[in-house]
Design a protein around this ligand. Structure first.
Ligand SMILES: NC(=O)c1ccc[n+]([C@@H]2O[C@H](COP(=O)([O-])OP(=O)(O)OC[C@H]3O[C@@H](n4cnc5c(N)ncnc54)[C@H](OP(=O)(O)O)[C@@H]3O)[C@@H](O)[C@H]2O)c1
Length: 308
């Protein structure tokens, strides 16, 4: 366990530490502070949030987001394609939190990657959220008319409808084009990509860093299907600190300044997943995790390929 000084040093490495208000909303054993990452336009976002993919029952999704808020989460990652933006908005409106206290992230559906598709579907998202603005909107994939879609997102950003804009699953040439402003006047704030101990993406992170783009991991637990949560190396590292493999994975990512959005419908796991700011992995731990790289993707196809 870290003492307070070590904790503050770790927080400083991760970025400014934000104090969240509404102390009554915090569960007894969840952390009172969550480090934040400053995006390239100065907007700050929590380094950990809740992902809500596959929580398709709207009542259940609203309950999950309310639970997440109650144990200290302030970042929620949804998408048009997940069909639950309305539930995320409803959970915020029921929470009693101020709008400025939460960070709502969504993505333009792969079906709407075009200039008109973005402008139209964005308005539909806003009606579902019942919000005046969102904190971060991403293009979900580079498929379709990425140039037209990015131009439209830039316009929404310019018009103040969204505080920051970014991409997901962008690699290689298309990433270079967008990052060097060939496709529009804004450099994306963030790229959300599949990242876990079996697909570590250090090289991509360096590339993103060079462009000033933050990295966010999706499926950091391999969507619960690739066995990474049962990885003996991670379990053994966790035992030293009284932590689970899930917590070791999340800690490994936040120590790299990677924003994480673990999905769970269980409140006790939400607490477990956010309780990662009271220990630190050492160089030996990091070296062991580095050896787990398998270049293994959960999802096949052309998504998530650096070579296209
Ligand atoms: N941009 C993209 O293309 C893209 C693609 C995929 C995902 N995402 C985003 O990334 C988020 C996370 O990825 P993901 O949903 O694929 O899954 P994930 O976070 O990698 O893993 C979720 C799985 O892990 C289980 N789990 C959660 N916490 C646990 C813990 N502490 N111990 C043991 N098991 C635990 C969950 O089960 P329970 O729910 O039963 O706890 C679920 O089965 C998504 O929800 C979504 O927001 C984005």
């Amino acid at each position: 366990m870290m003492n307070r000084r070590q904790f503050m040093q770790t927080s400083a490495v991760l970025g400014a530490t934000a104090m969240f208000h509404s102390s009554s909303l915090w569960a007894e054993n969840s952390p009172k502070t969550v480090p934040q990452i400053t995006l390239n336009n100065g907007v700050k976002m929590p380094i950990i949030g809740l992902g809500v993919w596959k929580i398709t029952d709207l009542k259940q999704c609203q309950q999950c987001v309310e639970d997440a808020f109650s144990v200290g989460y302030r970042l929620i990652d949804t998408a048009q394609a997940y069909g639950n933006e309305a539930a995320v908005g409803a959970a915020f409106h029921a929470s009693g939190l101020k709008r400025s206290e939460v960070f709502i992230e969504s993505k333009i559906s792969p079906n709407h990657i075009s200039e008109k598709g973005v402008l139209r579907s964005f308005e539909e998202s806003m009606k579902r959220f019942k919000l005046d603005y969102v904190d971060l909107f991403l293009l979900h994939t580079p498929m379709g008319d990425a140039k037209g879609a990015w131009k439209a997102l830039c316009k929404l950003y310019r018009d103040g409808r969204v505080r920051s804009i970014g991409v997901s699953n962008f690699y290689g040439n298309i990433l270079r084009q967008i990052a060097t402003k060939e496709l529009g006047e804004v450099v994306p704030a963030l790229n959300q990509i599949e990242t876990h101990p079996y697909l570590q993406h250090f090289k991509v992170q360096e590339t993103l860093k060079g462009y000033g783009i933050a990295m966010q991991a999706w499926s950091q637990f391999g969507n619960g299907v690739n066995g990474v949560l049962n990885e003996p190396v991670l379990k053994k590292i966790g035992e030293k600190y009284g932590k689970t493999a899930a917590q070791v994975i999340l800690r490994w990512l936040v120590q790299r300044n990677v924003i994480v959005i673990p999905k769970t419908t269980r409140k006790e796991r939400m607490i477990e997943n956010i309780s990662i700011f009271d220990f630190a992995l050492n160089n030996d731990d990091l070296a062991q995790i580095a050896k787990l790289e398998k270049n293994q993707r959960i999802w096949g196809g052309s998504w998530g390929r650096e070579d296209i």
